[in-house]
Design a protein around this ligand. Structure first.
Ligand SMILES: Cc1cc2nc3c(=O)[nH]c(=O)nc-3n(C[C@H](O)[C@H](O)[C@H](O)COP(=O)(O)OP(=O)(O)OC[C@H]3O[C@@H](n4cnc5c(N)ncnc54)[C@H](O)[C@@H]3O)c2cc1C
Length: 496
């Protein structure tokens, strides 16, 4: 009798716990965590392959980073590229990315991506996505590929999200995918053997939830908006860079997986993009203004906190600038200009007049104005003699028509006509390069080197570095989550 009561007690406790979590045993074939760029295609492909899918999204809407992204993609041998007559191949795409990224890509993952990127573009085009010029182009805001293989969706990333969501809705209408918005996954559920069998989450009204499935896919994006994780993995650079990523990019999947022993990869890589101006009212985040960097704007120079130049301001290699900024103290840099530069350019902040620029400088927050170089240096906390020497040397190069220090080509004007201005800039994080270590089958790897059964990851939660290595390679943020999501969803559906 005592034993029976005891057993009954255990059952009641289990029943209560189950009720508290709203738990349901293995109701789903696949749980996809994150309804963004990678999560939506995963859910679509899995559902089209016959799987029952639960898609959890913590925000009140789907789309993820695509909703704010430029949407640029890259692929070899799409129908559009072939029709335009460009000679390309997945092997050439692979070789380009490997070379640009310093041979740091995971070879098997990059091969999988480059071999399948072409039909990803075809698939999106078939869904109705339109691309600028109806063909790929060369794009120069990242390192140039050896052939035109960058695609700019008309309507940017939001247009990509729109076609993906429309396709997902068909699966929802069929009853093959359930989407739960405002449901934040918080923890992975494991069985006694360590296999992942579900997800704990917090629902709309804060209620705890638990879902069970045969496979769990993390597609939760990067951690560019999580200051603690940025500092943890990237030290002072992570602390000082500005977050240009959406506020939801908090590395949840990374944290859930590492909490059960998942390993990480490529965390030594961190490549924010130069030219952010910190919002004085929101430290760590940039002002919503666009600074026109050289070579689009001529004549200004770029100095570090010590008042020294550090790069060819006109270089056509974005990577050269990105890496040069990261080598400067506190990754803080200043654009220095004068009346001559103002005459030679439209305002260096897009959509501002020079008067607005001047008014901002009067506030002395990130914009500064002075009648002399020495006064400007003092305002910037620099040694006036160093800044003066830097500018004198630069003016000498302008006179000679040759930059002996950095080989700058546009030596438009001397910096000598007051007022002098400075704009303080910091690089901005668009995505994170490090993430969960995965196999070429996108299985998450444990620190022991074994895989964690039942757990998969793709997209920025695995970091851009595993695909693209040590560079911001054009289109290698947006395209891989879609390609790999489609491949993984289809494969997991087959293994059900
Ligand atoms: C401004 C900007 C411009 C960019 N432009 C380009 C570009 O032109 N080309 C390019 O290649 N790359 C670009 N990128 C990068 C690229 O867009 C992203 O790396 C990519 O879209 C990330 O896709 P993802 O699926 O991994 O994550 P996301 O699309 O960010 O999706 C993650 C989703 O998971 C959800 N989520 C997170 N945690 C949880 C949780 N605990 N529970 C439930 N849901 C959760 C999030 O809310 C989000 O919806 C840009 C990035 C930015 C910020």
């Amino acid at each position: 009798m005592r034993t029976f009561r005891c057993i009954l007690g255990v059952f009641m406790a289990l029943a209560l716990a189950t009720a508290a979590f709203g738990a349901s045993p293995a109701d789903w074939d696949i749980i996809v965590v994150g309804g963004g760029n990678g999560g939506i295609p995963t859910a679509i492909a899995a559902a089209n392959g016959g799987a029952k899918v639960l898609l959890l999204e913590k925000m009140p809407y789907l789309g993820g980073t695509l909703l704010v992204a430029g949407g640029q993609m890259s692929a070899a041998n799409s129908k559009l590229q072939l029709a335009a007559g460009f000679k390309d191949s997945p092997e050439q795409h692979y070789a380009d990315v490997m070379r640009l990224g310093g041979y740091r890509s995971n070879p098997r993952l990059l091969k999988l991506q480059t071999e399948n990127a072409g039909w990803t573009i075809d698939w999106l085009a078939d869904l109705g996505l339109k691309f600028d010029k109806n063909r790929p182009v060369y794009m120069d805001h990242h390192e140039l590929y050896s052939v035109a293989r960058s695609y700019q969706p008309i309507g940017s990333g939001a247009a990509v999200a729109k076609v993906l969501i429309a396709e997902l809705n068909k699966c929802v209408a069929r009853g093959d995918v359930e989407v739960r918005l405002e449901t934040r996954a918080t923890e992975l559920v494991q069985n006694d053997q360590g296999a992942v069998i579900g997800v704990r989450a917090v629902g709309k009204d804060g209620q705890p939830l638990e879902f069970r499935a045969k496979h769990v896919v993390l597609a939760t994006g990067g951690f560019g908006s999580n200051r603690e994780l940025l500092a943890h993995y990237h030290g002072s650079k992570g602390r000082n860079a500005l977050s240009y990523t959406p506020a939801f990019a908090t590395g949840d999947g990374l944290q859930m997986a590492t909490a059960i022993g998942a390993d990480v990869s490529h965390m030594d890589l961190f490549i924010p993009m130069p030219g952010g101006i910190e919002d004085p009212n929101n430290p760590g985040w940039p002002l919503p203004v666009r600074l026109q960097l050289a070579p689009a704007t001529a004549g200004y120079i770029w100095v570090n906190k010590l008042g020294q130049r550090f790069v060819n301001e006109d270089t056509l290699s974005p990577d050269e600038k990105e890496k040069a900024v990261l080598r400067q103290p506190d990754i803080v840099t200043y654009i220095i200009l004068d009346g001559n530069v103002m005459d030679a350019n439209k305002p260096i902040i897009a959509n501002w007049t020079w008067d607005e620029f001047d008014a901002e400088a009067a506030k002395e927050q990130n914009f500064f104005k002075a009648d002399s170089i020495a006064e400007l240096a003092v305002k910037l906390g620099m040694n006036p003699e160093v800044l003066q020497a830097t500018i004198d040397r630069y003016n000498g190069f302008v006179e000679e028509g040759r930059d002996l220090d950095f080989g700058r080509s546009q030596l438009v004007c001397k910096l000598e006509r007051p007022p002098f201005y400075a704009v303080e800039t910091k690089p901005m994080i668009y995505l994170t390069h490090g993430g969960l270590k995965v196999t070429a089958d996108l299985e998450v790897v444990h620190v022991s080197g074994k895989i964690i059964p039942g757990l998969y990851a793709l997209g920025e939660v695995v970091g851009m570095g595993q695909l693209a290595g040590n560079v911001l390679a054009g289109g290698m943020g947006n395209t891989p989550p879609i390609t790999l999501g489609l491949l993984l969803g289809e494969r997991l559906a087959r293994t059900n």
